[in-house]
Ligand binder design. Sequence first.
Ligand SMILES: Nc1ncnc2c1ncn2[C@@H]1O[C@H](COP(=O)(O)OP(=O)(O)OP(=O)(O)O)[C@@H](O)[C@H]1O
Ligand SMILES: [Mg+2]
Length: 243
Amino acid sequence: MAAVLEVRDVSKKFSGLVAVDGVSLEAYEGEAVGLIGPNGAGKTTLFNMISGSIHPTSGRIYYNGRDITSLSPDRICRLGIARTFQIPQPFGDMTVLKNVETALLFGGRASKGGILPANAADICEMAGLADKKGMPARTLGVSDKKKLEMARAIATAPKVILLDEIASGLPVGEYGWATGLVRRLVGEFGLTVIWIEHVMRVIMRTVDRVYVLDHGSRIAHGKPEEVVNDEQVRQAYLGAKVG
Ligand SMILES: Nc1ncnc2c1ncn2[C@@H]1O[C@H](COP(=O)(O)OP(=O)(O)OP(=O)(O)O)[C@@H](O)[C@H]1O
Ligand SMILES: [Mg+2]
């Protein structure tokens, strides 16, 4: 089976600092892939390159076999790759519903088809925001802002969804929301999810495979149970609890 997303030997240098150093990864249709690593490992930078907000210094990125390395964020989004932001970025003065409607328009949902909901109210419900639709986004708490990030990403009718720490900062009681929604996106809608997360007990239970970055380099890859027992991964986290 061909990969839906292939990152091939990608690097990013920021004036002297190598934030991402020759990283390769693949993701297939209908799977959840974890991307973990200590702070500053290069995880978000990798997402920024996949989604086109910055371009790699070297290496290529392919989506369904097509080279998307130099495309703009809106082109990449319209092709079918959506992302959430580590720090939620809603339009603060717009209501939750309006934010989702805007994403529906921006992402070209109408022309994409597919089985994800095509109606803003249904998407709000799917993301757990059914009773917050009329609230201005800036008045939402942390959990609801994360839910709105998810809703806006879903609204673009993606085939691949990049999640940047949607569980971090949530109260423990909300972890089930994140894992439940990811499982649904993958299992029911056949999406490919790549999920950056620091909350190990959440991500390790949910993903099929995990890639581990440290100082910009890929140091491990495998099933969650293999990765948590990897000595290099344990060293990278230096005493932090893995698993
Ligand atoms: N635009 C930029 N200009 C300069 N340096 C940057 C830029 N973006 C990221 N970096 C640096 O690149 C490195 C990787 O950052 P990145 O945000 O990708 O890490 P991360 O793995 O997402 O970390 P965290 O888990 O803390 O979110 C860091 O040293 C960061 O300071
Ligand atoms: Mg990050």
